[in-house]
Design a protein around this ligand. Structure first.
Ligand SMILES: [Zn+2]
Length: 323
């Protein structure tokens, strides 16, 4: 876990009455705050896994949260309340889906943080959990971690000067209703990724999809034993930006160079031509079992992914600044 504020306290002391620094230095800079080191500034504005962990704990405590359930509605209320507290605007995209268990009402939550440009970077993650009738599945990493991560990221990005508008997209209906990902469904209408497919299809019709310049998908990022492989179904240049930031942060022991191939909520975006990257640790012992609880996840893993994503944003914005 991270210790916020230690850096800024130390730097403030430089301008105090017992400071060995000449007082004129403080006058010169007008504000003692300007003496903060870049590292202290980064810490002050950085991703706080303590906050993300509290969101995760609250969301998991709601219990199983499958699409269409009352507990998922409760999760939405929690998410909306937290975003409102951070001053972030959120809208609902609601619709009804034909699924193997009948008609299910689904809702994507779209939180927008305006930037200097109207063009968007979308950071998404699903907030539903897989439906199990025989086990109590609370999805701490699978469904919980992405929602908690996005909530803390909203706070961080709200306090940041963003070159592009950032959209935090909480996706419903990622999970299949049938036991396995491709047990049910028909060609063109699979039994999974309902939320991302609906979002992309609506965005194509309205024209809003054209404003998305990059899409970062967060999924299952709280595994205690975090090991994120490069996904070969993702956009290579976007993956490079994230993995380079991890190297610069000396976190390449977690963002490893090995590759994998993942089917997830990024595929509808990829098919629509939106550059996308999936940050996912699918090699998770507790995956789709009753063991995907708080015991299997860690705040440290959320911190690692948060630090890397925040560190990657300037490079991503620089890349997107080019015509
Ligand atoms: Zn899952």
């Amino acid at each position: 876990m991270k210790h916020k504020g230690t850096g800024s306290k130390r730097n403030k002391a430089l301008c105090g009455s017992v400071s060995p620094w000449p007082i004129s230095l403080c006058i010169l800079t007008s504000l003692c705050g300007l003496l903060l080191t870049p590292r202290a500034i980064a810490q002050a504005a950085g991703f706080d896994s303590g906050r993300a962990w509290e969101h995760l704990r609250q969301i998991v405590s709601i219990g199983p949260r499958p699409a269409g359930s009352q507990s998922l509605e409760q999760t939405r209320q929690y998410i909306k309340k937290q975003l409102a507290a951070d001053g972030v605007t959120v809208t609902e995209q609601a619709w009804t889906e034909q699924t193997p268990i009948g008609m299910v009402r689904m809702v994507n939550l779209v939180a927008t943080i305006p930037g200097a440009r109207a063009d968007r970077i979308v950071i998404s993650g699903h907030y539903d959990t897989k439906l199990f009738r025989d086990v109590r599945f609370v999805g701490a990493s699978d469904g919980g971690s992405s929602a908690a991560f996005l909530l803390e990221m909203a706070r961080v990005l709200k306090a940041r000067k963003n070159a592009l508008t950032v959209e935090l997209l909480f996706l419903d209906g990622e999970e299949a209703f049938c036991l396995n990902w491709d047990d049910c469904g028909k060609p063109g209408a699979p039994d999974n990724t309902y939320g991302s497919r609906h979002y992309v299809s609506a965005g194509k019709k309205s024209g809003a999809l054209a404003g998305i310049k990059a899409h970062i998908l967060i999924d299952m990022v709280a595994d205690r034993d975090l090991r994120l492989k490069r996904d070969l179904n993702s956009t290579p240049w976007l993956t490079d930006i994230i993995w380079s930031a991890a190297r610069q942060q000396k976190l390449d022991g977690y963002f490893v160079p090995q590759t994998t191939r993942i089917e997830d909520d990024h595929l509808p975006f990829m098919e629509a031509g939106v550059p996308s990257v999936d940050i996912i640790d699918l090699e998770y012992e507790a995956w789709h079992t009753a063991k995907d609880t708080l015991d299997a996840v860690s705040a440290r893993s959320l911190q690692i992914v948060g630090d890397v994503l925040v560190a990657a944003l300037p490079a991503l914005e620089a890349r997107l600044a080019k015509p």
